[in-house]
Design a protein around this ligand. Structure first.
Ligand SMILES: [Zn+2]
Length: 222
């Protein structure tokens, strides 16, 4: 089973990806990580991507997709992949579908973690990380025990430079004007699973599992 997780920053996408990976034995496929690794390892695709990154340009879709396909070839017993961070728009989704089809693969489900913009803004603006090691806190949902200090190492908590209200709003704007169109794209194919992302983490996981009609314990046995 190949899944795509669609969700804005702050939707809980990373947490759910982690859980689904374990419960469904799926291989995580985060495009940003693949790209960084390919460049660091100096693979042919990494070398092709590097000049774009050095210039601060977007890496072309076909290079990213090639990295994803290369990664999928190394499944090591996983039963599918979870794509996180790609596709971000309909053009990328189409290109991905075409290349998947060439290999007789397909996306089975696109799971949309539905969280209203106002709630995302609220979650993201409460985000703090510790100076020493980047431990993440949220003043509303996951506050530190001592105000302004990391539970783990006691270092001061700060907001990241790209967590200013303007930058958060800008990223959410891009999501809600562009990435959100993926939901229509996959709905037309009958592959969209819309899940209420406002519930507790466990509830959201359960809703996703019910939706993709997968019994994780059966799968663990099989
Ligand atoms: Zn810390």
């Amino acid at each position: 089973m190949n899944l795509i997780l669609i969700g804005a920053q702050g939707s809980g996408k990373g947490t759910q990806a982690q859980r689904l990976m374990e419960l469904l034995n799926l291989k995580p496929c985060a495009s940003g990580d693949l790209l960084r690794k390919a460049v660091a390892d100096g693979t042919p695709l990494g070398q092709a991507a590097r000049p774009y990154m050095d210039r601060g340009d977007l890496v072309p879709d076909d290079l990213i997709i090639a990295m994803i396909l290369e990664d999928i070839a190394k499944m090591n017993g996983s039963k599918g992949i979870i794509l996180d961070g790609f596709p971000r728009n309909v053009a990328q989704a189409r290109a991905l579908d075409e290349r998947f089809a060439e290999r007789r693969q397909a996306i089975d489900w696109a799971v949309y973690l539905d969280v209203p913009r106002a709630a995302l803004l609220d979650r993201l603006s409460g985000r703090y990380i510790c100076q020493a090691d980047g431990h993440v806190y949220n003043l509303k949902t996951n506050p530190p025990r001592v105000r302004g200090r990391c539970d783990v190492d006691g270092s001061p908590l700060v907001q990241r430079g790209d967590d200013t209200p303007e930058k958060i709003a800008h990223r959410l704007d891009i999501f809600f004007t562009e990435t959100i169109r993926l939901t229509d794209y996959y709905a037309v194919q009958g592959k969209l699973l819309r899940v209420d992302g406002m519930g507790a983490v466990d509830q959201v996981t359960r809703a996703i599992l019910d939706g993709v009609n997968a019994a994780p314990f059966d799968r663990a046995v099989g």
